[in-house]
Design a protein around this ligand. Structure first.
Ligand SMILES: NC(=O)c1ccc[n+]([C@@H]2O[C@H](COP(=O)([O-])OP(=O)(O)OC[C@H]3O[C@@H](n4cnc5c(N)ncnc54)[C@H](O)[C@@H]3O)[C@@H](O)[C@H]2O)c1
Length: 254
């Protein structure tokens, strides 16, 4: 049954894609819990200024106690949880290097945040979805898993794990009316992405190469992802679970 509104947790919502999700979902009538390791009250303020409903919660998705408290707060303040967007990740701050030059500490960190964090948030949100009689999880993977970026093996491995984990979660939770899907966005113009390639020349080459590889020849913006994630959160996609949707302007057809 379609509810009047959706209550949605968005992790990694201090800026970038997470902030775009929070702002746009609220404009569509959702109440949002914007969650991040760093203060994300700016996101809540932006949503409220646009007439939407949003609370901000500081939480570390790698710590069970922190995630548990975050879900309890979101449930209490929003009045239930219908959706979870696992968007928080270590991304552009990672050093790019061939796989044999990656430092162990970077490998461990990216797997801990990008994979364990998704697992923990999904696990801790589950009782609240069950209480509600259903729910939808959308995991933000990356099109880099389809490309196999040669200088980002730790990140690619973590996002491949997110894709695979989504399928397992979907089979675990289907009987409760809960769904889990992932999306694989291509290179998207967030502040984090703008710092990814280092110097301006490398940035321009990366930017141009990405556009040249696409069927739709333009830069990809956060709003290009919002609609697909919103669709997966809502009842229009009620029979879709364990799937991945690639959003990259037709760069990779898989
Ligand atoms: N921007 C792109 O080109 C692109 C492409 C494909 C996938 N993605 C994915 O989209 C998501 C958002 O990307 P973005 O460009 O907005 O990056 P971003 O770095 O702006 O967003 C990631 C957020 O996660 C938060 N975070 C990190 N560790 C955390 C922790 N332990 N607990 C809670 N929050 C934590 C960060 O503070 C940050 O606000 C990420 O999952 C990224 O891997 C991005």
């Amino acid at each position: 049954m379609e509810k009047d509104r959706k209550n949605i947790i968005v992790t990694g919502a201090a800026g970038g894609l997470g902030q775009a999700f929070a702002l746009n979902f609220a404009k569509k009538g959702a109440a949002v819990a914007a969650v991040d390791l760093v203060d994300c009250s700016k996101t809540a303020d932006l949503v409220k200024a646009a007439g939407g409903e949003c609370i901000s919660i500081k939480a570390d998705i790698t710590k069970a106690s922190s995630v548990s408290a975050m879900c309890a707060e979101a449930d209490e303040k929003l009045g239930g949880i219908d959706g979870l967007v696992n968007n928080a990740a270590i991304y552009a701050s990672l050093k790019m290097a061939p796989f044999d030059m990656i430092e162990e500490k970077d490998w461990d960190l990216v797997l801990e945040v990008n994979v364990k964090g998704v697992w923990l948030c999904s696990k801790e949100a589950l009782p609240y979805f069950k209480k509600r009689g259903g729910g939808s999880i959308v995991n933000i993977s990356s099109a880099s898993i389809l490309e196999g970026n040669p200088y980002f093996a730790h990140y690619v491995a973590s996002k491949g794990a997110v894709w695979a984990l989504t399928r397992s979660i979907a089979r675990n939770v289907g009987e409760y009316g809960i769904r889990a899907n992932s999306v694989t966005p291509g290179y998207t113009m967030t502040d984090a992405s703008k710092g990814l390639a280092g110097d301006p020349e490398s940035f321009k080459k990366n930017y141009d190469d990405n556009i040249a590889a696409r069927a739709i020849k333009r830069a990809m913006e956060p709003n290009d992802i919002v609609g697909t994630v919103w669709f997966l959160l809502n009842d229009e996609s009620a029979f879709i679970t364990g799937q991945n949707i690639n959003i990259d302007g037709g760069s990779i057809h898989y």
